[in-house]
Design a protein around this ligand. Sequence first.
Ligand code: KG4
Ligand code: ZN
Length: 365
Amino acid sequence: MTRHAPKAKRPIVLGIETSCDDTAVGIVTAGKTILASRVHAQHREHAPFGGVVPEIAARSHVDHLDRLLGGALKDAGLGLEDVDAIAATAGPGLIGGLMVGLVAAKALALAAGKPFLAVNHLEGHALSPRLIAELEFPYLLLLISGGHCQLLSVRGVGDYQRLGTTIDDAAGEAFDKGAKLLGLPLPGGPNLEKAARKGRTDAFQFPRPMKGRKGCDFSFSGLKTALLHEVKRHKKITPKLVADLAASYQAAIADSLIDRGTNAMEIFFKGTRRKGKPAFVVAGGVAANKFIRARFEALCLEKDFRFLAPPPSLCTDNGAMIAWAGCERFRLGQSHGFDFPARARWPLDEKTRPKVGFGRKGPKA
Ligand code: KG4
Ligand code: ZN
């Protein structure tokens, strides 16, 4: 029995996200309605260890997923029988957590006789702006999260051209490691942003990594080291000093992102056929940062790009974006077999060779 969304708004897709330290379930319709989005953020469970512990994350997903699934269906006013397809993040991410979400989604799909979709987490972020706005392909995307920092031309569902990536840390890592150096609690990124609000952006002159260089690649590890040296120079770390360091450090990250984004705009302008004004999307957890959003909004105004960023709750990890990516693929007639494996590494643009080999920093980057 369908209690909610009418037929025209179908398919209705349920999505599960367990790739890192957020357990999340979302339910969306093809008509861009978010019927439910429940998230359990695990940062309190990881706080005593100073970072995400994969084992703890996987166990926590097991503990919370059932409750979130029940809650999401209740919010949507639907039973499992009303859902048209079930999607889950299959990678990239922490393998234990991915397996928890994948197994749950496959079991639900099997029990309810529904199609199953394996979603690339990065595709979830990449397509999320199409859930909140009318947005045609192609568009330019800055994907800034805890594990990734990339500029991409999004040409269609499953059609991504990577223009640049990080050669070391991701933007979210720069925030999280910076927060740790400043003695700020988890979650690092939001707490660094909060501290920065009371500080001066010009109090310290940190380097602007890659600024002025050709191309669209990023680097943040040198900036992190510069912050470490600055922290060590001071005998007493006062709240005022933390605020100034945070503001100056955040400004350096933003300047670097803006410089790389400006290059990507030029490349996108030259190399992409499209109708009308081009769109620039900022997505992923770091896109929740108000300072960075404002900088890109201003850049887009200057360069005549349409600026788009999902609301903060859809920037950080959530189930609605996974459900939406599943919905986009399901509408194209796609689904996956129950043998689809969890993939710790899964680049969006599989044609582009990794920047720095095939090791830890390879396909991840
Ligand atoms: O997309 P996301 O939730 O998970 C990954 O896919 O990695 O991104 C998480 C990252 C973390 O590094 C977190 O510190 C950062 O996004 N983040 C922020 C803010 N909110 C989340 N960084 C800066 N300012 C924020 N407000
Ligand atoms: Zn993410």
